[in-house]
Design a protein around this ligand. Structure first.
Ligand code: HEC
Ligand code: HEC
Ligand code: HEC
Ligand code: HEC
Ligand code: HEC
Length: 483
């Protein structure tokens, strides 16, 4: 499409066309179950596909669900670099800069997987991935397979595009669904740069401001934090749905409550002092990648989030352990701080597990389950993870584009817990007392996956300890009689 000047008649036609599109969108949206209030379990197995898919032009960036006014490709010049916003929004800019979302396009694990996904599907998923990892890149028409398969250095030089930046979130004027990036990006809603935000009284010399209730709610985040396979409909990521079905949503504790807590200060340098300005740290769990990207402070914030998410403890340990015999101990892990499953998100990678050890008083290791072998948690580790599979039921560690089913999912529900048993033999010559330790660990992806995607030992995947419990148990003076 050319961007030449239009005649009067053309402008009228375009406006009509725009109105019709809007009407179609409204009608279709009206017909869709809103707010995900369908409480049946079906959606975990077969989430609804976009109904807009069947409307001509309804999904201009198919298979991604992004929409724009009139569903036209946007003009890159309508978007400012985040640094421009940062000139006035200094605190907010500094915070956002240390987050994963600011690097969603330029981070190596994403780009390595994108390159493989693009090649393996002959470009069918190019729009899909980029609509969430560089929404402006997609909607301004800068994305093609060549860009998606280029190196980070190459694209930074020849096709610089932002990740999830200020302009992405603050130009979202509405949503048309609850997954796969069903946002509407409207940079010049009133013919001028317009920013949608949470305040009714915000006045800026640089841009129009429009109050947006959407920005204060979780369904704003839900557009991107629910990922559905665009062709097989598998629920790849479901962070929003997990929250929506939890006690947090009933008590109005939103994504923003935990991920954008208020700080006292200014939202803009020339703006008023406010008691609670929404912070933009967006701290999550990926300490490993933030550390790798040189975001020391962001990494530490992620570790703090992980530490407040879970508790681990022993359930009713025996008063004494009998040497020469098998002993069982139960370990309880509770999700006390995360408003969604623990862990949530990226299914190929996110894993939490218990590293359980028994030492005797001489320092001898009598038992351990949960160590790392060949870059993975060892077999039978008590881990919490979702496993996706292909049509033949084979587990998929990398090729998520072939996913047609969820094989298993034992992640811990919000405010939920899990109790698991460990059984071990205490040798007759063990020296008492025994020290039992259970560590709860997390990594965003295994060393094996990182090695596979980036090359052997290119990065060292950090194991973050979330919680730990240690207890000493005496040995019983009675030794089990030999059978
Ligand atoms: C020349 C300074 C300046 C620049 C540059 C600037 N803003 Fe603002 N912006 C302000 C001021 C002042 C406010 C009002 C702050 C307040 O009331 O607390 C504001 C408010 C906002 C709000 C809140 C709106 C609401 O209704 O809640 C958003 C969102 C926003 N700006 C986004 C941006 C983005 C995105 C950019 C970059 C494209 C940007 N701003 C660039 C000065 C600026
Ligand atoms: C009650 C507080 C709370 C609420 C509500 C909450 N979160 Fe979280 N979130 C956490 C904590 C704590 C962590 C770190 C532990 C973990 O990974 O779950 C986290 C982690 C995350 C992660 C990183 C997970 C990973 O392993 O990669 C994402 C993404 C995320 N949250 C998004 C959201 C979204 C989107 C919402 C709303 C739908 C939301 N959160 C609601 C507390 C919360
Ligand atoms: C992932 C989406 C996202 C990104 C990226 C983002 N914001 Fe926001 N921003 C929000 C949401 C959501 C709120 C409202 C939070 C609330 O009300 O609890 C908000 C609030 C604001 C406010 C009003 C704060 C207040 O409490 O008065 C300003 C100003 C703002 N953002 C500017 C920016 C700037 C500048 C950037 C880039 C440096 C940015 N935002 C990046 C989602 C985002
Ligand atoms: C336009 C799409 C989009 C929107 C809207 C969005 N996110 Fe994200 N978010 C992403 C992507 C993509 C990533 C992953 C970046 C990466 O790791 O490459 C991400 C990552 C995150 C992380 C870091 C996860 C980690 O592993 O540490 C948190 C926390 C998070 N988002 C919270 C939010 C919250 C809260 C909101 C709503 C206020 C929100 N996001 C809205 C796309 C989005
Ligand atoms: C609907 C939005 C959406 C789409 C579409 C999407 N992603 Fe993501 N992606 C996210 C969010 C949100 C996260 C962060 C979740 C978390 O922290 O666990 C993420 C995380 C990731 C990560 C983990 C990054 C890290 O550093 O740990 C990779 C890799 C990734 N995505 C690759 C892809 C690829 C490849 C595609 C296309 C096949 C794709 N994504 C499509 C939203 C999306």
């Amino acid at each position: 499409m050319s961007h030449s000047r239009h005649t009067c008649a053309q402008v009228v036609l375009l406006r009509l066309c725009f109105l019709t599109c809007l009407l179609t969108v409204t009608l279709v949206v009206g017909d869709e179950p809103q707010g995900n209030d369908n409480q049946s379990n079906d959606k975990w197995l077969e989430p609804a596909r976009s109904r807009l898919m069947h409307v001509i032009g309804g999904m201009p960036f198919f298979p991604h669900r992004a929409n724009t006014p009139g569903n036209l490709v946007l003009n890159a010049k309508d978007f400012d670099n985040a640094q421009v916003c940062g000139a006035c929004h200094t605190e907010i800019y500094k915070q956002w800069r240390t987050s994963m979302m600011s690097q969603a396009w330029d981070e190596p694990i994403y780009r390595a997987l994108l390159k493989r996904a693009s090649t393996a599907t002959e470009g069918k998923v190019d729009n899909f991935c980029t609509g969430c990892h560089t929404p402006i890149g997609l909607t301004t028409g800068q994305i093609n397979s060549q860009v998606n398969r280029s190196s980070i250095e190459d694209s930074a030089k020849n096709h610089p595009m932002p990740g999830v930046d200020c302009e992405t979130c603050h130009n979202i004027s509405a949503r048309t669904g609850l997954d796969n990036g069903a946002y509407v990006l409207s940079p010049r809603a009133n013919g001028k740069p317009t920013k949608f935000g949470p305040r009714k009284d915000a006045v800026s010399p640089y841009h129009d401001t429009v109050y947006s209730a959407l920005h204060t709610r979780s369904d704003f985040c839900g557009t991107c934090h629910n990922v559905t396979h665009p062709f097989s409909s598998v629920a790849v990521e479901r962070t929003y749905d997990e929250w929506q079905e939890s006690a947090y949503s009933f008590n109005n504790v939103t994504c923003q409550s935990c991920h954008m807590p208020g700080f006292a200060g200014k939202a803009a340098i020339m703006g008023p002092d406010r008691e609670a300005v929404a912070s933009h740290w967006f701290s999550g769990a990926n300490a490993m990648m933030l550390q790798h990207l040189g975001q020391e402070e962001g990494a530490q914030r992620a570790r703090n989030m992980l530490a407040r998410a879970a508790e681990i403890k022993f359930e009713q340990l025996p008063a004494a352990i009998i040497p020469g015999q098998y002993t069982s101990v139960a370990v309880k892990v509770a999700n006390v701080g995360a408003g969604h499953k623990l862990p949530t998100g990226f299914p190929e990678g996110r894993e939490m597990w218990i590293d359980f050890r028994v030492l005797d008083a001489s320092g001898r290791e009598l038992y351990r389950l949960g160590s790392i072998k060949d870059g993975k948690t060892e077999n039978d580790t008590r881990n919490f993870k979702v496993h996706i599979g292909d049509k033949d039921g084979n587990p998929l560690d990398v090729e998520v584009w072939n996913a047609t089913q969820i094989l298993s999912d034992n992640r811990i529900l919000p405010k939920g817990y899990d109790i698991g048993e460990f059984s071990f033999l205490v040798p007759a010559d063990a020296v008492g007392p025994l020290t039992l330790t259970a560590e709860l660990n997390y990594w965003p992806f295994s060393q094996k996956l990182a090695d596979y995607l980036l090359g052997k030992d290119k990065v060292q995947v950090e194991i973050t300890q979330m919680a730990k419990v240690t207890q000493s148990v005496p040995l019983s003076p009675i030794t089990a009689s030999r059978p």
